[in-house]
Design a binder for this molecule. Sequence first.
Ligand code: RP5
Length: 165
Amino acid sequence: MAKRPKVAVIMGSDSDLPVMKEAAKILEENNVAYEMKILSAHRTPADVARFTKSARVKGFQVIIAGAGGAAHLAGVIASHTTLPVIGVPMETKELKGIDSLFSTVQMPSGIPVATVSIGSSGAKNAAILALEILSLNDKRLENNLTRFRTALVRSIREKNDRIKS
Ligand code: RP5
């Protein structure tokens, strides 16, 4: 039987897909079931509300939302649920993603969005943050995260060793 998805990876447009796939890849590598969907705060607002309002009862534990420009998606999602919402600001051609960053991060008090950095680093960190949240009740994920950090340290030290020699 297929596992119930714990993480929803939502994006405002299919043009966000190449970046949001970076988050999906990390979830896959950690064997975390997720659902990926295009839902737009501006183009399909009713679908955003419908999906988000039922997310907790469906078993989702974290929502990752990526959008660009007037990026209201993560904030609107957060307004419909008390699940943790992680916002990924997409890089944009016109304003390089500063528009997306400010639109995502500047939430009014009471409705938080955990906003990560612009673009692909942000998408990766969104997935890692989702794993950290899930790891509160999942020892396997806690161990994976510890191994990941150890590997990061090793890779930097190896680079330093190569620079020296
Ligand atoms: C946002 O507008 C989307 O998240 C996307 O980043 C941006 C541009 O969308 P498209 O015009 O490429 O569909 O809603």
